[in-house]
Structures are given as structure tokens and as C-alpha cells.
Ligand binder design. Structure first.
Ligand code: ATR
Length: 269
């Protein structure tokens, strides 16, 4: 099965290593390549791949919205996220899926043993990453999902967009109080610039702190450790879990993730 991941940049993607391990484990024959798409030619680059027999692909930064527009059919997760990270080629139909949210959820529940029901969740950031995880999170019936963002209006809008799926509210970062909060998820892109959103330290007290970024000790993880968080986690488990959902979507085989998470962490250290 001819598979790939498209992005720009793409050189550092761990996806080929992850999918190769899944393929070995499940006995499926795959060829999975990294493809650098020019920023203004995502659709053309994917069409070439499909013409050469490509059966499925992942999409990473900055093409997830382009991939949504390319897909001719969308799952409910893709629809609510407004973004697509996985496409399956089914004849002339390009089925768009978004496995980011389910990847986060599987990491939290299966790997870390965290039950979200009746919990208070605080998400930092109100961009594409937050939109991608909201539906699967709300489906776990947390007591409340609070969305806090530097630009408050984006948080209030997002909370409104998802209010029919559960208890949501949105506000500016400066309105965050000292808890109690059960889980804090950093979905801002601040870690990329080695920054930490400016929020009150007290909110981390006894909270599980999860950064969607992976592989490095991020400023958010430092902050959480210094402020008495009960658990501090990066997004590597989510990365492997979103890949596992994509692999199952393409091949019908569900890979086991635990050993793959360990192998990828060792590779990335
Ligand atoms: P992504 O797709 O990764 O979510 P995005 O849509 O550009 O990327 O959103 C980035 C998010 O990180 C936004 O919520 C942004 O806040 P603004 O909406 O106010 O721009 C947030 N963000 C980026 N850098 C930040 C920083 N240094 N402190 C706090 N929030 C930051």
C-alpha cells in the first residue's frame, strides 16, 4: 500500500518510522514516504501521488485546511475540526478524516489512565489545534471545558461553536483563576517559539499538564513542573495514537501502540 505524509517542512517528521513499525507489527506491506509540498501547490502535489497509485496520506502543517478543501467526503471529526490530517483514496472519492482529537483521547485514557468524565479541563489556545481536539474531548462528558486564549474573542467564539456538544466557556488568558482544574492542555503554538503563555501559576497546582508538542522539555512543561502539577506529559503519545487511528482507517488493522511509543521516544531523544 502506497502511503505518505505531506507537509512543509517535512524533513523531521516521525510518521514514516511510526507507520513502518505498525506495518511490521500487523504484517501489512506498506511504502510510506515524506513528501515536501510547495506551500502554494499542495493539491497538485497530492494529485501526482494519487496518479502514481497513492492509497492514503497524512497531512501536517501548514496544509490541514487545504486537505479539508481537497477531501470530497468528510468524517464528523473532520467536519467539526474544519481540518483534515488523514485522507483515504477510495476510487475517485477522497475521504477526509481528522485523527488528532482521537489520538489525544486515546493517549489520555488508554496510555495514561485518565478518566475525563466529570473533570474540569482547561485548554490554552483557540487555534486549529484546539478546534481539532474539542469534539472527542467533549464526548467524554467532562464537567466543563474552558478555553482560554491570548485573543479572548477567539476563545469565546470557539466555545460557542461547540456548546451543543457539552459544557464549554471561553475567555482571555488573564481571566484564568487559581483552579481547581483537573487537566490543562497546552494547544497554543507558544512552545514552538520557546514561550509560555502568560497565566497564573496557581492553576497548575495538582493538575495534569499535557503539552500537544512532543519530544522536548517545553516551557509549558517546565512551568508545570515548577508549579506542583500532578503529572506532566508531552504529545508524543498523541502523535503515535493519531498515527494508529490513521493506519487503521487505511488498512483495517489496529496496531498496538505501547512499544511503538517507547521506540519512537528512544529515536527522538
Ligand atoms: P494551531 O493550528 O497550532 O492551533 P494557530 O491556529 O495559529 O495554530 O493558533 C495558535 C494559537 O496559539 C492561538 O490560540 C494563539 O493565540 P492568538 O489567537 O491570541 O494568536 C496561541 N499563541 C501563540 N503564541 C502564543 C504565546 N506566546 N502566548 C499565548 N498564546 C499564544
Amino acid at each position: 500500500m502506497k502511503l505518505a505524509v505531506f507537509g512543509n517542512p517535512i524533513e523531521h517528521s516521525l510518521s514514516p518510522s511510526i507507520h513502518t513499525l505498525f506495518a511490521q507489527q500487523t504484517g501489512v506491506q506498506i511504502e510510506y514516504n515524506k513528501i515536501l509540498a510547495p506551500v502554494n501547490a499542495f493539491a497538485e502535489t497530492t494529485q501526482d501521488f494519487i496518479a502514481q497509485g497513492g492509497k492514503g496520506f497524512n497531512i501536517t502543517v501548514p496544509f490541514k485546511v487545504d486537505a479539508f478543501n481537497l477531501a470530497t467526503k468528510h468524517s464528523i471529526n473532520a467536519q467539526t475540526a474544519g481540518a483534515v490530517n488523514t485522507i483515504k483514496v477510495d476510487g475517485n472519492t477522497l475521504i477526509g478524516e481528522n485523527t488528532d482529537g482521537i489520538g489525544l483521547l486515546n493517549d489520555l485514557t488508554k496510555n495514561l489512565g485518565i478518566d475525563l468524565q466529570n473533570k474540569i479541563v482547561l485548554i490554552l489556545g483557540a487555534g486549529g489545534a484546539t478546534r481539532g481536539i474539542l469534539l472527542p474531548l467533549l464526548q467524554q462528558r467532562p464537567a466543563q471545558v474552558m478555553i482560554a486564549n491570548r485573543t479572548a474573542s477567539k476563545a469565546t467564539q470557539l466555545a460557542k461553536d461547540f456548546e451543543s456538544y457539552g459544557e464549554t466557556c471561553g475567555f482571555g488568558l488573564e481571566k484564568i483563576k487559581d483552579g481547581p482544574v483537573d487537566i490543562i492542555i497546552n494547544a497554543t503554538s507558544a512552545s514552538l517559539e520557546k514561550q509560555m503563555p502568560n497565566i497564573t501559576a496557581g492553576v497548575a497546582n495538582n493538575a495534569i499538564c499535557y503539552d500537544l508538542m512532543y519530544g522536548k522539555q517545553t516551557p509549558f512543561m517546565d512551568w508545570a513542573q515548577n508549579n506542583n502539577a500532578s503529572m506532566v506529559v508531552d504529545g508524543l503519545g498523541m502523535l503515535v495514537e493519531q498515527a494508529a487511528s490513521a493506519f487503521e482507517f487505511w488498512t483495517g488493522k489496529q496496531p498496538k501502540t505501547q512499544t511503538v511509543i517507547e521506540a519512537i521516544r528512544a529515536l527522538n531523544d
